[in-house]
Design a protein around this ligand. Structure first.
Ligand code: SAH
Ligand code: SF4
Ligand code: F3S
Length: 486
């Protein structure tokens, strides 16, 4: 039976690799070269190039990690594909709700049969779900064909772990509880040539009572402004025009740095970078959203007219149980202030229904906030019990039928309002950043500053460019438009 090598127990295996530097990123670059040699041998044996796929399940943070993982695999010599029958398949998992979890087990079921057909293939798992000890136990027991498992804190180590696997044929497990390291300078394979995510902070300290993220992503840590600005400048030099600043709670950015700086101050510095034309960020926790940020957005030419402001619930009682640290009145006042200062802003949100103890009255409060704030769109979720979170131990878990019924009503309301709101720019001419060719021949798709999608006639050559577009017709969640010469 395949051996298991736990890197934490084995103490990083540093001694086993003479000549490999200890410092990062040099160490990983050396392992990439070593892996390249081994992959070359596989290519020669098979008489074809080796392929790799990174399959993503999670949020924007996970998507950003996936770009790093693909960058490393490309450097090792793999051709990147999206096929789950590739020679190297890596599942980058999410565990925020149980259905994200179940999806991964479903896919592993398929992998078992692929691997039977191609025993040379390598299957790896990483991401948030791997930070849960029960998950690791289950994989060790029931999915022994998996070759490499790592977590959220050591994504940069992929080449080292792959090398350990290829040379030992063991199941390699390397899960860290937390880290103070950040290695952001390894190769990255970006999905888009014109926009990029930029991590400004890691982890979360908020411990909302339903949420597993603080347990799987660790404590909140901000990157220094110098590092972030250097990365943004580098991206601008490479032709990136839009950056999306990523953090679980960007509004608390910088508070714990040696030289504290506010998120608004960081935005002002990024604004000064010439090539960057659009700045987005995600996610804003309502409890920390400052007047300084609202003013900075109002005065900015580059910060997009979009704010994602997760509500979670409209009931002050439920919000308290959720440990969100704002109530219904405070949220509504904040939304009103933002709309007053920045009238063309588009507000979007996340909402959970069926939190333990949620009554019909509580749920009505949520509908009331949705009616009052009038979101451009909202992600709605049925509460999912996450092991180890305080809410999982609460009594009064809501029966599925009740949650589903409420979820349906919420979705109807959200969609009706979104369709009404989306149309408000019809007839106006706005700037669109073209992102992709569309499914319809001769059409391309892009986004407005407020994040709404626009389809317009065009060609692939327009991808990554800004076009002035007359918004002819609103179709629920998107516009059909015509480019205009001005
Ligand atoms: N840091 C962000 C949210 C990240 S998780 C914030 O605080 O706004 C993304 C969304 O998943 C959350 O906003 C929440 O709506 C949802 N979510 C988190 N845990 C959940 C759970 N246990 N059940 C259902 N939805 C959940
Ligand atoms: Fe989860 Fe709350 Fe942190 Fe968001 S702020 S990641 S919902 S604990
Ligand atoms: Fe999921 Fe992890 Fe993001 S749990 S939502 S991938 S931080």
């Amino acid at each position: 039976m395949k051996k298991i090598m736990d890197m934490q127990a084995a103490g990083n295996l540093i001694a086993d690799y003479p000549g490999i530097p200890l410092g990062e990123p040099e160490r990983q670059l050396a392992f990439m070269d070593k892996c390249r040699e081994l992959v070359k041998q596989k290519e020669e044996a098979a008489g074809r190039p080796m392929t790799a796929a990174v399959i993503n399940f999670g949020c924007q943070m996970n998507a950003r990690d996936a770009e790093k993982l693909r960058g490393i695999l490309k450097k090792i010599g793999y051709i990147i594909t999206e096929e789950e029958t590739a020679d190297f398949v890596l599942y980058n998992t999410c565990t925020v709700r149980d259905n994200a979890n179940q999806k991964v087990y479903g896919r592993l079921g398929y992998q078992k049969s692929f691997k039977k057909q191609n025993p040379e293939m390598t299957v790896a798992l990483c991401g948030c779900m791997m930070q849960e000890p029960e998950v690791i136990e289950k994989i060790k027991k029931s999915y022994r064909f998996v070759d490499i498992i790592f977590g959220t804190h050591n994504v940069y180590k992929l080449a080292e772990l792959l090398y350990a696997h290829l040379t030992s044929k063991s199941m390699i497990i390397d899960i860290w509880k937390d880290t103070t390291m950040s290695v952001e300078t390894l190769p990255v394979d970006r999905k888009y040539s014109f926009k990029s995510g930029v991590n400004i902070m890691y982890g979360c300290n908020n411990f909302c009572s339903y949420c597993i993220v603080p347990y799987v992503r660790g404590r909140e840590r901000s990157r220094t402004p110098e590092e972030i600005l250097a990365e943004c400048r580098r991206l601008a030099d490479e032709g990136i025009v839009e950056v999306m600043l990523l953090g679980q709670n960007v509004n608390s950015y910088g508070k714990n740095l040696e030289n504290p700086i506010s998120f608004a101050e960081l935005l002002k510095e990024i604004e000064k970078i010439d090539g960057i034309k659009r700045i987005r960020f995600m996610t804003s926790h309502p409890k920390d959203l400052s007047d300084e940020l609202i003013q900075t957005m109002k005065e900015s030419k580059k910060i997009c007219r979009h704010l994602h402001l997760p509500l979670q619930s409209g009931s002050s009682r439920v919000l308290k149980e959720m440990n969100r640290r704002y109530d219904k009145e405070k949220y509504l006042a904040l939304a009103a202030k933002i709309r007053q200062e920045i009238p063309d802003i588009s507000l979007t949100t996340d909402i959970i229904v069926g939190f333990p103890g949620e009554t019909e009255e509580d749920f009505e409060e949520t509908l009331d906030v949705v009616r009052k704030v009038r979101y451009d769109s909202a992600f709605t979720f049925i509460y999912s019990k996450r092991t180890g979170t305080p809410a999982a131990a609460m009594e009064n878990q809501i029966p599925d039928e009740v949650s589903k019924e409420r979820f349906g009503r919420l979705l109807d309301l959200v969609q009706q309002i979104a369709a009404e709101e989306c149309g408000r720019l019809t007839g106006q001419t706005e700037e669109v950043l073209v992102e992709t060719t569309s499914n319809h021949e001769g059409m391309v798709s892009g986004r407005l500053s407020n994040n709404t999608v626009v389809h317009l006639p065009g060609t692939e050559a327009m991808i990554g460019t800004f076009v002035r577009v007359r918004l002819d017709e609103a179709k629920g969640f998107y516009y059909i438009g015509t480019p205009v010469e001005e």
